[in-house]
Design a protein around this ligand. Sequence first.
Ligand code: CS2
Length: 491
Amino acid sequence: MDRLSPSTLHRLPSGVLKPDYDRAAVATGIVHLGLGAFHRGHQAVYTDALLKNDPRWGILGVSLRSRDTRDALQPQAGLYSVTASDGSGQQRRVVGALTGLAVAPDDPAGLLARLADPAVRIVSTTVTEKGYSHDPATGALRADDPDIRHDILNLTHPRSTLGFIVGGLRLRRQQGLPPYAVLACDNLPANGHTLRGLAIAFAELVDRDLARWIADEVHFPSTMVDRIVPATTDVDRDEVRAALGLDDAWPVVTEPFSQWVIEDDFGGDRPAWDASGAQFVRDVAPFELMKLRLLNGAHSTIAYLGYLMGCQTVAAAMAEPELAGLVEDMMREEVTPTLPALGGFDVTAYRAALLQRFRNPALKHLTAQIAMDGSQKLPQRLLGTISDRLARGLPITRLALAVAGWMRYVSGTDEQGQPIALRDPLAVKLRALADDAGPVANRLAPALLSVTPVFGHELPNDPRFARTVEAALDRLFLNGTRATVEQILQN
Ligand code: CS2
């Protein structure tokens, strides 16, 4: 079958939307770091929809490690399809917003030169939590990270996200160019603010004047990004091929829902993303907190407990009435009271919509995929909520069970005695602690609570937290996950 490409676009079935602008006239105004499915199913779609009116904002898509996306999309001249499905119907479009594809390690100096192109006004990121090279509990730069140490000494050939962002800014400053705005699009609290702090801390280790220039001149708007975009499967590829009548080597399959709330602080020109459905606001924080704690907090809970109950996907886990009930109770009773009021916003409807989204049968969202990188995700998804509740003297039963679920997962063996493949930047350390403690709650819980990059210093010393987590972990080991979820649901 022929490949999706500029010369085959006219053969797409009539229901498939395609670029409504002259791709040849699109300039590269954005460099995006982290060209995964999420960026291609989210920010690139918002951008695609405005290029007809403003062709200055094409995207150079950069992978920081793997060549897979570049190799898949290069023969398609950057074109790819996005299928939004809710289980009963599909909407498909071909996105043309990628004006170029690059693999950073293939030519780091070449990428820096692209970052110094005056037409580039925005550098955005979806590099996941671990791409920030920071301690998730404190937000502090991990100056001993091997890539960071490398980049401090070799800023003309960086490896890390921070190295490219700061290396590109240094070049622009040297050339007398205005900086670009840096747009963080990862699931971190105050992501722009966090990235700004890290960029300045990193720059200070290279050149203090540069650090001051970044602090004074560079804008780092925060954003809340939301769309569930699971990793593409071969089944997705086959379905898309049949629907398009063309081969798309890396399609994106996602849900109809999409939300993007952006702090309107670019210090200069920016795309009219609001024309394609995004929202510019003065303060993203309340949106972010709501999304991280309700959606992502629930997601991680479903991932660990669902995985342990033998559910491969989020939809399968939601089909377990006890688990679905527990998650719903957690969101309503334990998470919602910690959220700031968002004027006119219906949080009850938001929660109901989330549960519906989790049930989407079209998405094969693997619990193992969400379970990944737990050490980087727990603080903003669950632990902040727990701290807020403890400060107000409120119970944390279900949230503590979710944390215990992570610990049970980290112990490395499932309830059938099969190994659990732990994918986490702290995997070596976590595995060593877990092996040393064994499957014994009063040894494993304290051992994992001592990991300060995850738990910080305060929470582990709060007996209300430490004891509740340990008791939940004990029940998981003793009675199994299903029975524990049932018991806690009934209490
Ligand atoms: C998920 C998120 O993989 C994960 O950890 O919780 O990627 C989630 O699907 C998105 O944040 C939804 O906007």
